[in-house]
Design a protein. Structure first.
Length: 494
């Protein structure tokens, strides 16, 4: 996703809200943003947006590079390219010019993703590049160096002559120097600390609350099960305040008791820099179906023994297992979370309920997946995208399976039931009810996300299906095409 004018404007206005006295000095930038030209293109003259990075180590020194063209010591930076954000542009330039890995840098709690400074400086004409004299409106972002020992620098030879670490008082840019000195009094000390908070929520009976993240570009760990939580803002007085705000925004009505710090974890942002996370542990014993999830796809309880079946955010499985080993449940989960055979009336045969996705493309072709040859069921055979209902309603199961298996995003209101197959495979097998749902609208491109189950997704003409199709899948397709809502299979020989 390329940089947008609205992003640059919003970043500028947020900066001016903190520094209203600089509005006059940034009049040229504001005029640029009101114009018709692309503000971050180096072809836009007489001025355009650039980005740079103030990288601070634990001795409160700032990395400078010797610029070959100008002969000046500068913070690493340069022109915007195909960058997602201004912050991402500054990070990329710092890494390209110095060889520092993105994962060796993290944000500061004082500035987070906001610029510490926007500087205006004149650039001499460069006839070799066909550029006349112009101005740079330079957005400066602050990063902490994560490793205690400086990583080996690999300087970009074409542009960079050398590198030096300078004290705040020796920073060469006057505007950046003044702001760094002011920020040092507010705790800008070069020592990385958590800027995100998440909640490890359990019910005391061995279950952990996870939510399935959206499969969208630009968010962290899309399409995975993760903990609730998020990033700190400058208004948050503490990381616990960050977490409580995030919980209120993501799941209104979720009241978690006894939030206490539990562990420090580290993730990687969508741009590649390190994100220290403070994990809090808390208790809740409610029903996820009774709260309204504002972000993500679904919210569910899971036990540690089911984690291997899920696509988890990095490190989450080990975190949950560690907590479970340290805090064994005092009792089993409430009976309402288990389906026991003796809950059914005498003589009732419990059925397995499965959901199946009937998905058509613009050419009326149907999506089928080729099951893994070693699959316990129907190996090397084409089948619907499908799954078994856990303790959840069928459409939520369908949405979850579509996300987990193929990265497809489906909204509940875009789903309709088009067929039901009542089948039994053998006289001794548990009967099954197969619910076939059509998704009228969806987003995403089918991807093989569970290769141990499905090795390929392919669109098929329903009149020209392959020979190796699961029998009841073929029957359900025929039923949908004929407009029949019900069929049965296997009962004659039961």
């Amino acid at each position: 996703m390329p940089l947008t004018l609205s992003h640059i404007r919003a970043t500028t206005e947020a900066y001016l809200a903190r520094h209203p006295n600089e509005r006059e000095s940034l009049a040229g930038l504001l005029s640029l943003l009101d114009g018709a030209d692309a503000p971050a293109s180096r072809a836009t003259l007489p001025g355009h947006v650039t980005c740079s990075a103030a990288v601070i180590d634990r001795e409160q020194r700032v990395l400078h590079i010797g610029h070959k063209v100008t002969g000046l010591l500068l913070a690493p930076g340069g022109h915007v390219e195909d960058d997602r954000t201004l912050l991402a542009a500054a990070l990329r330039e710092a890494c390209e010019e110095t060889g520092i890995r993105p994962g060796d840098l993290c944000l500061t709690p004082q500035f987070l993703g906001a610029p510490i400074d926007i500087d205006v400086h004149d650039i001499d004409a460069n006839p070799a590049k066909g550029e006349g004299s112009h101005q740079h409106f330079d957005f400066r972002f602050v990063f902490y160096l994560v490793p205690e020992q400086h990583p080996q620098l690999t300087l970009h030879d074409e542009e960079v002559a050398d590198a030096r670490w300078l004290e705040f008082a020796d920073v060469r840019s006057p505007t950046l120097r003044a702001k760094l000195l002011d920020a040092r009094d507010q705790g800008l000390d070069g020592r990385p600390e958590p800027v995100n908070a998440s909640a490890l929520i359990h019910d005391g009976h061995g279950r952990y609350l996870l939510h399935l993240r959206d499969q969208r570009e630009g968010i962290w760990a899309p399409g995975t099960f993760a903990l609730l939580g998020g990033g700190r803002t400058v208004e948050d007085i503490s990381l616990e305040a960050t977490l409580r705000r995030e919980l209120a925004e993501e799941v209104p009505g979720l009241e978690v008791n006894g939030l206490t710090p539990y562990a420090l974890e580290e993730a990687t942002s969508v741009d590649g820099f390190a994100v220290p996370i403070q994990v809090f542990v808390g208790r809740w014993s409610g029903d996820p179906e009774t709260v309204e999830l504002q972000e993500g796809v679904l919210l569910r309880w899971f036990t540690p023994d089911t984690l291997e079946q899920l696509r988890l955010s990095p490190g989450l499985g080990d975190l949950i297992r560690r907590h479970a080993a340290e805090h064994p449940p005092a009792s089993s989960p409430p009976a309402t979370s288990r389906l026991l055979r003796d809950e059914a009336p005498e003589g009732t045969e419990l059925h397995i309920v499965g959901v199946h996705l009937y998905l058509e493309d613009n050419h009326s072709r149907i999506l089928l997946g080729l099951r893994h040859p070693d699959s316990a069921y129907a190996g090397n055979t084409w089948h619907f995208l499908a799954g078994h209902c856990e303790r959840e309603e069928a459409i939520s199961c369908l949405i979850r399976e579509a996300q987990e298996e193929a990265g497809l995003i489906i909204e509940p209101g875009d789903v309709e039931l088009v067929h039901l197959v009542h089948l039994v495979d053998s006289p001794s097998a548990r009967p099954r009810i197969g619910l076939v749902f059509r998704a009228r609208i969806w987003s995403g491109t089918p991807a093989v996300l569970e290769p141990d189950r499905c090795v390929e997704w392919r669109w098929w003409n329903p009149k020209d299906l392959p020979a190796a199709v699961v029998p009841y899948t073929r029957q359900a397709i025929d039923g949908v095409l004929a407009g029949r809502l019900y069929s049965q299979m296997g009962w004659d020989g039961r």
